[in-house]
Design a protein around this ligand. Sequence first.
Ligand code: SAM
Length: 278
Amino acid sequence: MVSSLFGPAIGSGVPGTQHKASIASSVPPDAAWTDQELADPHAHAEKAGKVRGMFGAIAHRYDLNNRVHSLWRDQAWRRYAVRAAGVREGDMVVDVACGTGDLTHALARTRAAAVVGIDFSRPMLDVAEAKRARLPAKECGRVTYLEGDAMELPIADASADVVSIAFGIRNVVDPARALREFARVLRPGGRLVVLEFDRPGPALIRRLSDWYRGWLMPRTATFLSGDRTGAYKYLPKSVDTFLSRDAMCGLIRACGLTEVTSKALTFGVCRCYRAVKP
Ligand SMILES: C[S@@+](CC[C@H](N)C(=O)[O-])C[C@H]1O[C@@H](n2cnc3c(N)ncnc32)[C@H](O)[C@@H]1O
């Protein structure tokens, strides 16, 4: 059943290998961000290579940092996204920028027939694969991981009932191109669910959140992960300079999806966008 999801790009060989070659050549030897580059990381010509290098470096402590620095809210946000996806019996689900697989595995706990996790970072996928092996047999059997790019999904047209992306769209070089890919692979009636960080509305909480994300977290998360790439300096800068929630909703609509809604989670620290393929 899973094979019906895969597009022609990977149909004839080992899943994802064609993408691997083109992605590998874009990784610079030094993936660290300088303070100057972080003024607007989305505009940097080497963003893809830097992002990939960064996640490769922090993969081993990624989950721990997520739990600690979200004050154990991150899994609740993913569970919200799963509910928003409204997974039905037999659905085909694609979790893009799946990283270490937390959302992928939450989706595998539903009545989905198959869940495909796609990411361009091999070390993040290695962690995901190790976690998948520890799932109950039924859930484990539903999950497949592929190395691939969000902007060129190895998935056939109109073959997915759900496409999800958690904390990934901000890291993609061209979010509009990725969203068009999501629209391409969704079947009519299929749902897109996007989780992304946001800045809270209430002034006091916003100031507290800005301080936490911009000052405290980069220090403690860098310490916990032993990171040298600047990953946790990039995180707040990439949130502050990313599309506003109105711009995100507009972009999702412009990519051909309808019924676009967004819901603030935990005072608006996180936001869940949902849309439907007409
Ligand atoms: C912040 S992590 C999110 C991981 C996971 N979705 C979660 O909920 O924890 C972002 C992930 O996006 C991946 N990523 C960034 N750009 C990508 C792209 N163009 N194609 C595929 N994966 C990408 C990174 O490798 C990383 O694993």
